[in-house]
Design a protein around this ligand. Sequence first.
Ligand SMILES: [Zn+2]
Length: 131
Amino acid sequence: METEPTEGFKIEYARTDRSTCRMCNQKIPLDTVRLAALVRAPNSSRLIEKWYHTDCSFETVLLQGIRDGIILDVDDIQGVKTLAKEHQEVVLSWVNASISLVNELDLQESDASSTSTHDSESDSEMSIDSS
Ligand SMILES: [Zn+2]
């Protein structure tokens, strides 16, 4: 089981074609954008890079990183600035979408655990549906 806490994230163009995605176990081709979860090595202060395809990581490890508060915006991913503009924009749009998604989920969770403050407003919300 992989239970080590993730300490950060890093993104770059694959420098070799020998890394393997931890999500799908397929090789990551040379020069494609790959994302690493930086994990503390057991009994060491060293950080291990666990590589993922961007497609495999965006809705999984990176989303978890946002939920854990490791990523507050795109600049919290190391190496973003080294990517080509078009790739930076893809990462940026994904991070922003994920942050909104996480905020939405958190909102739903906090609603479920503390509904008492919103009880008086529930009647007025029913009139919004006009379509
Ligand atoms: Zn993959």
